[in-house]
Design a protein around this ligand. Structure first.
Ligand code: SF4
Length: 325
């Protein structure tokens, strides 16, 4: 049953891309997202973490309506079928992209870039649009005079602030942030993360925060979902994930968070490459890289979720055998 406070609800979401080989016949499917269930409540921040190629960007694109889904359900604010009302859907969910350099039109002023979505969503009064642009620039820590300037006059961090203002200007219920700080200088990442957190609290907007780096989502997520090869392998409150990680993959991700108090060559790194989503390993897809793998892991049975504490669950055969992984 749908919780009326869920801003986003995914049920059994699959995004498979047909792959044509040989003479153009469909030979298989790249299973970028393969049966994901997730919810995000009003004003909540969910961190979605996993290595490059695990499917998190395909999931984000599906939520944005940018790629067709193979099966499953996507509900935004309790609504699945938007029919021809795609503008209303777009107003409900907005996105902040990784690269603030290519996200803004270099020929438009910042004011034009921010007023564009307002026009699209029916704000026909020009002075109302200008007021709203000035208000949003203030909210992201910029002077309203920035509206008269062009993107090249701003630093990377300032441009990402502008992109955040553009995403929030139509008052969405959910903002999908796809690696929003990974293209920025390390010294300003914390400022952007703090800004997103502050705006989440101030505006009550929910965030889907996507990152390859658990360290980035650690301090801002109410809950964290760890994704591996198209599936969620562990999900829980940030405290569950960081103090009692149950899946060997989550443990390795935590151990590989850079620790500035230790020399870089002593930091743990994940061994091996992520397998192809075209030919995922049988059984637990993590088994070729898992130091705890044992018989059932390779037998062809995908581990199901084991509930741990309230809201905390993980997929690992060790858990069904009473082993704390
Ligand atoms: Fe490792 Fe097996 Fe658990 Fe997969 S199911 S994470 S291979 S122990």
């Amino acid at each position: 049953m749908t919780d009326k406070d869920d801003v986003l609800r995914l049920e059994g979401l699959k995004v498979h891309y047909p792959v044509r080989l040989g003479h153009g016949f469909t030979q298989g499917a790249l299973k970028a997202v393969d049966g994901v269930d997730l919810t995000i409540g009003r004003g909540e921040c969910l961190g979605l973490v996993g290595e490059s190629g695990c499917g998190k960007s395909s999931l984000a694109q599906a939520v944005m309506g940018l790629v067709p889904i193979t099966s499953g359900r996507i509900e935004l604010t309790g609504r699945e079928d938007w029919g021809d009302d795609m503008l209303a859907r777009a107003r409900t969910v907005q996105m902040v992209f990784q690269d603030p350099f290519s996200s803004l039109n270099p020929r438009q002023t910042i004011g034009q870039s921010l007023a564009g979505p307002l026009k699209l969503h029916g704000f026909s009064n020009r002075s109302e649009r200008e007021d709203r642009v000035a208000e949003m620039l203030r909210k992201v820590g910029l002077n309203p005079d920035a509206a008269k300037r062009h993107p090249h006059e701003f630093s990377g961090g300032q441009r990402q602030r502008i992109c955040i203002a553009r995403a929030l200007i139509v008052d969405p219920k959910l903002v999908v942030c796809d690696e929003p700080v990974s293209a920025l200088d390390v010294s300003i990442r914390a400022q952007i993360i703090n800004l997103l957190l502050q705006l989440k609290d101030e505006l009550g907007v929910a965030l889907l925060m996507i990152s390859h780096d658990l360290g980035v989502v650690e301090h801002m997520s109410d809950r964290i979902a760890v994704m591996y090869l198209g599936r969620i392998v562990e999900e829980g409150g940030w405290r569950d994930i960081f103090t009692a990680p149950a899946h060997p993959y989550t443990r390795t991700l935590i151990a590989s968070i850079p620790d500035p108090t230790r020399p870089a060559d002593s930091w743990e790194r994940l061994q091996g490459e992520t397998p192809s989503a075209l030919t995922p390993p049988a059984g637990c897809a993590f088994h070729p890289r898992c130091s705890r793998a044992f018989g059932p892991c390779t037998s062809g049975t995908v581990p199901g979720f084991t509930p741990l504490t309230e809201g905390h669950r993980a997929r690992c055969h060790l858990l069904t055998q009473g082993d704390p992984a």
